[in-house]
Design a protein around this ligand. Sequence first.
Ligand SMILES: C[S@@+](CC[C@H](N)C(=O)[O-])C[C@H]1O[C@@H](n2cnc3c(N)ncnc32)[C@H](O)[C@@H]1O
Ligand SMILES: Nc1nc2[nH]cc(C(=O)O)c2c(=O)[nH]1
Ligand code: SF4
Ligand SMILES: [Mg+2]
Length: 209
Amino acid sequence: MKKEIQDLVNQGKMLPLMEAFYTIQGEGFHKGTAAYFIRVGGCDVGCHWCDVKESWNPDIHPPTSADDIVNEAAKYSDTIVITGGEPLTWDMTYLTNKLKEKALKIHIETSGAYPLTGVWDWICLSPKKIKLPQTEIYSKAHELKVIVYNNSDFQFAEEQATQVNGNCILYLQPEWSKREKMMPLIVDYVMKNPKWRISLQTHKYLNIP
Ligand SMILES: C[S@@+](CC[C@H](N)C(=O)[O-])C[C@H]1O[C@@H](n2cnc3c(N)ncnc32)[C@H](O)[C@@H]1O
Ligand SMILES: Nc1nc2[nH]cc(C(=O)O)c2c(=O)[nH]1
Ligand code: SF4
Ligand SMILES: [Mg+2]
């Protein structure tokens, strides 16, 4: 990559954009709400069940002007979801300031594995055992969304829940490929531990992006 472009990426003025699309937020607290998704490439967390592995290598996603991303986003929705890849791989300050100038609501989907940058109206923290969140994001998360792949994830979810603030909404979301096996266990767990709610990847049932 040319040095000038690398500098702009380092400043968050350009980002490796994988895709951007207008759809319905499928998961978590805002499920069912129309939103424009910005999927930024680059993630080295390495979840073996990740449903967007194509996002991992930032070098295959074209460095794209954050101003252009914002101008496009504003045409579609007043609610913007920044996801990836791991968006906090990059400095989100410039992108989110520009979205705020347009008075858009800005949500993030993040593992929290890298320092929290940017201004956010809604933070969905989805912690991963293999690269735990940075400490400072726990108090700021609006929802905690733990992916349940096997039985050990209930214990992990409880450990993570001790670290978030008291208003944070707690979700268990089945890992997609294990949903038939884990869903009955999640249902049982939430009935016994009603501080938790269930989140499903409803967009996959609806066959939308
Ligand atoms: C692809 S990730 C991108 C954002 C960020 N890297 C993260 O993990 O939060 C978006 C959301 O999808 C969840 N997710 C990824 N693969 C999944 C799967 N196979 N089943 C259920 N949820 C999954 C993640 O935990 C996260 O909440
Ligand atoms: N419809 C829809 N809702 C989503 N919520 C979180 C997603 C993500 O990949 O971050 C996602 C996604 O990919 N599609
Ligand atoms: S942190 Fe997110 S994008 Fe990265 S591998 Fe895990 S689920 Fe996929
Ligand atoms: Mg997704």
